[in-house]
Design a protein around this ligand. Structure first.
Ligand SMILES: NC(=O)c1ccc[n+]([C@@H]2O[C@H](COP(=O)([O-])OP(=O)(O)OC[C@H]3O[C@@H](n4cnc5c(N)ncnc54)[C@H](O)[C@@H]3O)[C@@H](O)[C@H]2O)c1
Length: 250
């Protein structure tokens, strides 16, 4: 039987990319697409600030990929409060009440963006948000850990970096290059998050960036625990020149 997957925030940038990506896979899923704004009748309308709406959406679901959220790093506390704080609690609580096996939570690199730019962040470093949006995502990671360790729901918090379509992104800076999450790489990681064996540890923090030559976030845990094999490298893709690339003279 196909695994039933609920994608919240399915109409958004990452949700749409993920839905397209699943169409390319041999492994098929029974997708339930949910968003505040669903077009063309392709999915269900959900407001994650409403627990009963979440409960209904979670019925019969194996894995929730929780993308619905206010995604802007400049958001105020009031802007993040309902969707990111209340909504994330609601999704995990609804998943618990309806016996969902696993929740994959869209966290953000902003959870640790307060570290200096010359520091590569590992998954075991304390959170250090640079903005209130990052604080709201750190809260979501705590909710995920709570439900994993206290309520027996498997949970993965994916700290997504700078998600940009390579053809559309023209405003490049060094931070975003090192945190770039190519759509195909990120989608492959989200699929791995459905399939990974979490019997050893019910809660995992994953780093969702590509195989960039310089990496804002360390990928070793994500590769080891989730079988992540990113391919894209922002620095090659945008042809950032390196003058010391040649082999050292012997
Ligand atoms: N895009 C990035 O670079 C990036 C980076 C890090 C983390 N993230 C996280 O990934 C997730 C998806 O990001 P995105 O770029 O696709 O964002 P997006 O803004 O394109 O999509 C978010 C979706 O959530 C929906 N939504 C908002 N409030 C809702 C509510 N109350 N109930 C139901 N649905 C609601 C919106 O309608 C929208 O379709 C977000 O949680 C975001 O914080 C994104």
């Amino acid at each position: 039987m196909l695994k039933t997957i609920l994608i919240t925030g399915a109409s958004g940038r990452i949700g749409s990319a993920l839905v397209n990506y699943t169409n390319t896979l041999e492994q098929k899923y029974d997708l339930r697409l949910a968003d505040l704004q669903i077009s063309n009748q392709q999915g269900i309308q959900i407001d994650v600030t409403d627990l009963s709406s979440c409960r209904e959406a979670c019925q019969g679901i194996d894995t929730v990929i929780h993308l619905a959220g206010i995604a802007c790093p400049d958001s105020t506390f009031e802007e993040t409060l309902h969707t990111n704080i209340v909504g994330t609690y609601n999704i995990f609580e609804a998943a618990f009440q309806t016996k969902v096996r696993r929740v994959v939570y869209a966290s953000s690199a902003q959870v640790v963006e307060g570290y200096p730019l010359d520091t590569q962040v590992n998954t075991d470093m304390p959170v250090r948000p640079k903005n209130i949006y990052g604080v709201s995502k750190a809260y979501g990671e705590a909710v995920a850990a709570y439900y994993a360790y206290q309520k027996n729901i498997e949970a993965i918090a994916v700290r997504i970096g700078a998600f940009y379509d390579p053809d559309a992104w023209t405003h490049l800076d060094s931070r975003d290059l090192s945190a770039w999450a190519n759509p195909e790489d990120l989608c492959s990681l989200l699929i791995n998050c459905i399939e990974a064996d979490l019997t050893a540890e019910p809660f995992v923090i994953a780093h969702g960036i590509s195989n960039n030559r310089f990496k804002r976030l360390d990928l070793s845990d994500t590769k080891r625990l989730l079988g992540y094999a990113p391919e894209a490298d922002s620095f090659s893709h945008w042809n950032v020149p390196f003058h010391n690339d040649s082999q050292p003279k012997s």
